[in-house]
Design a protein around this ligand. Structure first.
Ligand SMILES: [Zn+2]
Length: 269
């Protein structure tokens, strides 16, 4: 099947330097490394990847690591993201974590990352770092600071009402929600897209495999509001690539926007 060649940015990944931060559930069968990540994406024609480094409870237990606080764990993961940025020489655009139980530290981290040229927060995965309310005052204070620096906040979908409030309270902040989800969740994402023109959706995780989902979304809001993402290494990026590239309901111009134009615009690349 003939198709146009696109510039492709995977907006939603969780890269790793070694096994500790590799969140794939089938690592024994994948022979993965920091170098194989680059090869995998090269092979798919993906030129850049974005996202945060994660440390899961099971990996921490297996490595018998201990942290004095969740902030120490977050700092370590953010530091790994910066190391990976250097290692990959432009291939990887790092995203960093913040935490509502550590407002001062999170605000200082926003200042530090801004000075280092990082303007992407997340993907935030509260379920991994022990918090759960996007609408709480402490997180709102962190978002106020992110807004001052024109940062982009990528977040795992969680709690419909809480997400509504977060977005309504920060209409000028650029949000990228992760995972369209099943029908009801997808409809709620679209309702939030009406609440703020700065609310975007990345296509990783559940949802895109439902036929017509992307056409429906683009017809309602335009292709400007959607970003290609896979959630590698949890998910197989080839599946997500095919889901956009081979979707004959979507025009080449729309694919261009979803694959890279929108990411370049909001991340100011
Ligand atoms: Zn993710």
């Amino acid at each position: 099947m003939e198709h146009k060649t696109f510039n492709i940015i995977d907006f939603h990944t969780h890269p790793f330097m070694d096994e500790f931060n590799n969140i794939c559930s089938h690592t024994a069968y994948c022979n993965m490394s920091a170098d194989s990540t680059k090869k995998t994406f090269d092979g798919l024609g993906v030129s850049r990847i974005c996202g945060s480094v994660l440390s899961t409870a099971s990996k921490i237990a297996a490595a018998e690591r201990t942290y004095s606080s969740v902030w120490e764990r977050i700092s370590t993961d953010n530091e790994t993201a910066l190391k990976l940025r250097d290692y990959y020489c432009g291939f990887y655009i790092p995203g960093f974590h913040v935490h509502p139980e550590h407002v001062e530290e999170s605000i200082a981290e926003i200042h530090r990352m801004h000075a280092l040229g990082v303007n992407l927060i997340g993907e935030l995965c509260p379920y991994i770092y022990g918090w759960k309310d996007y609408s709480c005052d402490a997180f709102s204070a962190i978002l106020d600071e992110a807004e001052k620096f024109g940062m982009v906040v990528s977040f795992h979908s969680m709690g419909e009402e809480e997400m509504d409030k977060m977005v309504q309270d920060h209409p000028n902040l650029t949000f990228v929600a992760a995972h369209p989800g099943e029908y009801n969740a997808f409809m709620r994402h679209m309702a939030r897209m009406k609440m703020s023109e700065n609310y975007y959706l990345d296509l990783s995780g559940y949802g895109i495999f439902r036929h017509g989902m992307l056409r429906h979304a683009i017809d309602e809001f335009g292709a400007e509001r959607f970003l290609f993402g896979s959630d590698y290494p949890t998910c197989n990026p080839a599946m997500y690539l095919g889901g956009v590239l081979l979707d004959d309901l979507i025009t080449d111009e729309e694919k261009e926007m979803v694959f890279s134009e929108n990411a370049k615009r909001i991340l100011k690349l």
